[in-house]
Write a protein that binds this ligand. Sequence first.
Ligand SMILES: Nc1ncnc2c1ncn2[C@@H]1O[C@H](COP(=O)(O)OP(=O)(O)OP(=O)(O)O)[C@@H](O)[C@H]1O
Ligand SMILES: [Mg+2]
Length: 250
Amino acid sequence: MERGILRGAKTVGIVSLENDGKAISKLASEEKPIIHRHRDGTPARLNVKEGTYARRAVASYIVSKMLEFDIVPPTVLRGDADEQSLQRFIPGAKAGSEIWDEVFTSVQQSPARFSNIDDEFVKLTLFDYIIYNPDRHSANFLIEEIGDGNKKRLHAIDNDLAFAQTNVATYGLNKLNMFGKPIPEDMRAKIRAFCASAEKKVALENALSALLSPEEADACMRRIKRVGAWCEEKGTVPTKEQAAVWMTYH
Ligand SMILES: Nc1ncnc2c1ncn2[C@@H]1O[C@H](COP(=O)(O)OP(=O)(O)OP(=O)(O)O)[C@@H](O)[C@H]1O
Ligand SMILES: [Mg+2]
């Protein structure tokens, strides 16, 4: 499916939290319909209802937390009548688009200049499939320098359109060419541990069901199971020929 430009984004605010840094605030009441444009210019409404984005952002954080991916900054839902998502502001991090050339060159290099960059992008690729995020682009992840500057940490932000049955997330695969990359053992171990824990699965299912439709929550659980089985069986991101496996909603 052709990937177009997403228009009609939300109003983004920054708020200061008492004794706790800053947060990115997005009000559900200010969400606008997302119009997806094909390359020929024809508009198509994306199948994500406005008013649900804040909850999708929070659900994404919960998945990241419960799988121990820790790739989404803490994100919570606040307010009753005027619901909003609040996400911890990551100071000093740069949007991927700001340092794209530097990062992309590193991804292509062998060995990579930033020793962990491939692993970070593999994690993002897995995560975007699990949450079924159609809106990853280089301004929707942040890159933070860690250690003595030879490592990078990714933060997956703006997960507002995830979990719906839309045109699928192929950013990591197509744009970053993560096809066939090894999935690091620690990442596989985390998915394995989650899949083996009935308690964790029930907890996530309950949390997702409170934020998403029952179908969306179920489909996400099925994708985690599928990724878990894939990790055990193959241990790598699908190749181009296998990629359909990670493009199916379930
Ligand atoms: N948690 C965060 N920490 C630091 N900066 C952030 C965070 N979340 C968002 N930003 C900054 O704000 C920008 C816009 O945020 P986001 O992508 O979530 O909103 P959006 O709805 O897509 O709005 P826009 O249409 O302006 O892109 C990001 O590209 C980033 O620079
Ligand atoms: Mg954005």
